[in-house]
Design a binder for this molecule. Structure first.
Ligand code: PEP
Length: 253
């Protein structure tokens, strides 16, 4: 059990636009007054500058959805951690299942991305999670432990500075959520793995992600090892996102 503030991070994925972003950020800022949790929005790279300006004077933190393993140079299309820092970015998602699946990202690459982010003051939100086939084959624990082990191996004692997101692939964007018990079981496993790797495991937020919404957030966030959420679809609708923020605030009390 941890008593740190929960972290609620929205993953906008490849959604948004100048007009819609402004309305969404303003509505979140207005609606979250008095919230007792940390709130971040991870926006598409072209909108970092806009959202960084919109969030000025609000408690909203800014996140990116990916970061290069390289610091600079001939890597067309990539965005570096130092560039993200210039736009006020505090978090970068790494190893989202959509990047592992559609862009062939390996455990090693994800671990390198986490390392580069950390070296430049950007907190990586490291995503791990099993596919439906892996869960049905009884391989959930092996898969998530392997994914996290690569990040621990590459990052050594810095591991206490990361955020972990358990995102079962079968629950992302499908409307199928892990039950609170299913999620807690994996979170406890990840917590134990982190405890063996760092003297400061209590610093690490372990988020749940996968169809978290206004209706199921409270039960998930009540679990002892669920320190927050990584929210896709529901983060695009201010009322839904705000209800999740309210559930996270209530869980902290
Ligand atoms: C995600 O993409 O990280 C995610 C959790 O998506 P959704 O909430 O839409 O399942």
């Amino acid at each position: 059990m941890t008593n740190k503030l929960k972290l609620i991070a929205g993953n906008w994925k490849m959604n948004g636009g100048l007009v819609a972003n402004e309305a969404l950020v303003r509505a979140i800022a207005q609606g979250m007054a008095g919230a007792s949790c940390t709130v971040a929005v991870c926006v598409p790279a072209p909108y970092l500058h806009q959202v960084n300006q919109l969030r000025a004077g609000t408690p909203i933190e800014l996140g990116a959805q990916d970061v290069s393993r390289h610091e600079q140079g001939a890597f067309t299309g990539e965005v570096s951690a130092p560039m993200l820092r210039e736009f006020g970015v505090r978090y970068a998602i790494v190893g989202h299942s959509e990047r592992r699946q559609y862009h062939g990202e390996t455990d090693e690459l994800v671990a390198e991305k986490a390392k580069t982010a950390l070296a430049h003051g950007v907190t990586p939100i490291v995503c791990v999670g099993e596919t439906l086939a892996e869960r049905e084959a009884g391989r959930t624990q092996d898969v998530v432990k392997r994914q996290l082990a690569a990040v621990i191996h590459t990052n050594g004692h810095c591991i206490s500075e990361i955020v972990v997101a358990y995102e079962p692939v079968w629950a992302i964007g499908t409307g199928k959520t892990a039950t609170p018990e299913q999620a807690q079981e994996v979170h406890a496993l990840l917590r134990a793995q982190l405890k063996a790797a760092t003297p400061h495991p209590e610093r690490i937020h372990i988020l749940y992600g996968g169809s978290m919404n206004a209706g199921n957030a409270a039960a998930l966030l009540a679990q002892p090892d669920i320190d927050g959420g990584l929210i896709g679809g529901a983060s695009l609708k201010a009322p839904d996102f705000l209800q999740i923020i309210a559930a996270a605030s209530a869980a902290a009390k």
